[in-house]
Design a protein around this ligand. Sequence first.
Ligand code: IMP
Length: 419
Amino acid sequence: MSVMVVVGAQWGDEGKGKVVDLLTENADVVVRYGGGANAGHTLVVGGAKVVLHLVPSGVLHKHTTCVLGPGTVIDPAVLLEELRVLDEKGFNASSRVFVSDRAHLVMPHHKVIDGLREARAGAIGTTKRGIGPCYEDKTGRRGVRAGDLRDRRKLEARVRAAHEAWAPFVASLGEKLPPVDEIVANYEAFGKRLGAQIVDASALIGAAEREGKRIVCEGAQGTLLDLDHGTYPFVTSSTTISGGACAGAGIGPTSIDEVVGITKAYATRVGGGPFPTELDDETGESIRRIGGEFGATTGRPRRCGWMDMLALRYAVRVNGMTSLAMTKLDVLTGFAKIALCVAYERDGKRLDELPYDDLDDCTPVYEWHDGWTEDLGAVRAFAALPENAKRYVARLQELAGVPIAWVGVGPDRVQTITR
Ligand code: IMP
């Protein structure tokens, strides 16, 4: 194995942090290839909670080199704070976390614009981390890149250009942006602090590959939040699927050997947008409470529902998944009946494939499974799971069409069944 890509199979928050942490135990390089501080990985190590937004989860293994690839968008203040906290906890992050010089920077106006849009009607429920506006400046060819922090004149010219483009719009909505000089001074200081951590990431990854090192590309968000393949327009602004690893890390598709998808044993979503299997009732409330389903980045309660197999099969296909890791099976303990959505009904017709739009008009067709009451927290072998839990996982695997190689039965690293 040289390159493995790990992606979220649902709407994000699948528990990628824990799985990546596990899969990177033997990795040399861990790369994030998209998104920014909109992500939130909550990791539990030795009982202690660590929340990361930008730094890849693989950082918790002290032998890994971690890279924020050219496809990511970096808020330098958030990154420096995460590095400080990790350094303080003894992870030496500042000596082994690198940022691509081609990665775009989240600037103050991005967060202001994200916030202003979210305050208006038709908001999509973003994380307000400035992610969408940053990618807009990137495709609009007026973005500021991490490499620009090395050269004050270049930095100032780019900041000024973006400022001139956006200040009138921001003013029309009654807000003001900080002065250019102040932004340049702050970002220059960020650049000085990051210093030699800003690198040619693709070259670093390419060299590691030639040396036969093991590389894990860590996806952020999830398949159904992908800009092209998600539930548009309720999506994030980057390519979250495995294909995004090529552009977002700077590697060729021929380098990828394995694609692991992460899915919860049920479904959740934060922010607006369609969610056909959402449970707006006591069952949904129970899943939220037992599963601790509150956003790691924004603290928002996550919407909860049953597993949607149309969405999962779609995710298996668009990512070319070779296996799945299922998280949080333990959360379903105690439910008398557990549902799997195996099709939708719309206008009296049965749909077996995820439609491109109008998911709000789809009614799930459920297959019901008997639940179990045994606590799963201490189970370490698939054979030791209660019969009904085994049946549920086996049926899910059959419908997904790829092996479920890992099953999570609790938040700790050790609470994982490897099949
Ligand atoms: P943005 O990425 O902040 O622009 O938000 C766009 C949509 O993606 C919103 O519905 C967010 O709630 C959602 N989103 C972004 N990042 C994550 C994540 O890491 N987990 C779950 N949802 C996310």
